[in-house]
Ligand binder design. Structure first.
Ligand SMILES: Nc1nc2c(ncn2[C@@H]2O[C@H](COP(=O)(O)OP(=O)(O)O)[C@@H](O)[C@H]2O)c(=O)[nH]1
Ligand SMILES: [Mg+2]
Length: 389
């Protein structure tokens, strides 16, 4: 029997290049929590950013903090996945009862994030508690346009299309989930931005009871400007979602519960999450003959609309339905690491994001989010309809 008063949770912050004061504040908050036995900050590399966090951590005395660099464990670009997998491997060998992961750049992190996850794990016995929070209607464009549609198409009728934030990096894993993930070779290989997608799929398909917990004030963190700042993330998350195609289907009877939907804070309702004008310019820049050739292999109607972007930006045609067909074509052709495929996939995603931003996103927050949710239900229904698994 473990002593219920003894803290047994580990909190992990993967970090690369973040504001040191923000990281330090998060380390302090986590290590001061009475459920937390230890805090780990896992750096992308042994570099100046790691040294700065290490030095800041030396001034924190609330509890033990370890700062170390990630190991090379996976087979793709070495990124956040190696960071999370390094922590999972070490945690599986230690005695922690639970492991929390949080992004290091959250500026409104406080003890309520830990409380919320611990409470769901205590009360409901959930092995996986995922934090979910409201986002601006033009934020989360990888989640809404890539990950959720592909989960809906590939795993209709399971828990996966219902998850609000399948890419969320804020979650609690119970001991069994930590051990299962640490010994999962498919998860371990995913060293890049695809890690969150494969962890979400793995925990669901292993049948761990799962809970989605609301963080009412939203997650405040570093935002971006032109969408090419998240180009690698979009491409790697696309590849990760496609890579699940032939993986296990979660049973539809797995235990899943979530906090009820909650209203978004009003400032979020008026935030435009990225710079639209400069992003439009990316549609026409730098088409290579190889990329053009790939676009020519798309279904006839679609092909001409896509290729029009060589001369002038054009994206109104990329409706939810057309995007669904585009995802199908990407699903059978896209090759990670192939420059022409990456450029084309990124550009197609931009077309979809811009089509939505300049039309449905203008309807106001609640209507826009309602529309996005409906697109996911439609992708899921369309997949059922076509007898997809
Ligand atoms: N260990 C490690 N952490 C990373 C790496 N890349 C990003 N991170 C961290 O992963 C978290 C999420 O990254 P962020 O850029 O905030 O993604 P976003 O919030 O989805 O835009 C942050 O804490 C980053 O510092 C990496 O290569 N290794
Ligand atoms: Mg962030």
């Amino acid at each position: 029997m473990t002593d219920p008063r003894r803290p047994t949770s580990l909190v992990v912050f993967p970090f690369k290049q973040e504001e040191v004061s923000v990281v330090a504040s998060n380390l302090r908050i986590a290590s001061a929590h009475e459920s937390v036995a230890e805090v780990w900050a896992v750096a992308a590399a042994e570099d100046a950013a790691m040294a700065a966090v290490q030095s800041a951590a030396e001034d924190i005395h609330e509890g033990p903090i370890r700062v170390f660099a990630q190991e090379r464990l996976g087979s793709l670009r070495s990124g956040k996945g190696d960071g999370m997998n390094t922590a999972l491997a070490r945690a599986a060998e230690s005695g922690f009862g639970r492991v929390h992961f949080y992004d290091a750049d959250i500026t409104n992190f406080d003890r309520s994030w830990i409380d919320g996850a611990e409470a769901a794990a205590d009360d409901g016995g959930y092995q996986v508690v995922r934090h979910r929070f409201p986002r601006a209607s033009t934020d989360a464009m990888i989640t809404w346009m890539i990950t959720r549609p592909l989960l809906a198409k590939q795993f209709p009728g399971t828990v996966l299309p219902s998850l609000g934030q399948p890419l969320g990096g804020e979650l609690l894993l119970g001991r069994s989930a930590v051990e299962a993930l640490a010994s999962d070779r498919f998860v371990r290989a995913r060293s890049d931005w695809g890690i969150d997608t494969v962890i979400t799929h793995a925990t669901a398909s292993l049948g761990f009871p799962m809970y989605e917990h609301n963080v009412l004030d939203g997650k405040r963190h570093a935002l971006y400007g032109r969408l090419d700042e998240i180009r690698a993330m979009a491409i790697e998350c696309l590849d990760a979602a496609i890579s699940l195609r032939d993986r296990a289907r979660p049973s539809s009877t797995g235990l899943f519960a979530a906090d009820p939907p909650a209203p978004a804070p009003s400032d979020l309702k008026h935030t435009v999450a990225y710079d639209v004008g400069p992003t439009i310019e990316l549609l026409t820049e730098g088409w290579s003959p190889e990329e053009q050739g790939l676009a020519e292999s798309f279904p006839a109607g679609l092909r001409d609309e896509i290729l029009a972007n060589i001369d002038a930006p054009s994206f109104d045609f990329m409706t939810a339905e057309v995007w669904g067909e585009t995802l199908d074509t990407l699903g059978s052709g896209f090759v990670l690491g192939d420059a022409a495929w990456e450029s084309l996939a990124f550009r197609l995603w931009l077309m979809r994001v811009l089509a939505y931003t300049t039309k449905e996103a203008l309807w106001g927050y609640d209507a826009a989010i309602g529309y996005l949710e409906q697109t996911i239900r439609d992708y899921e229904k369309g997949a059922d309809h076509h007898g997809h698994r």
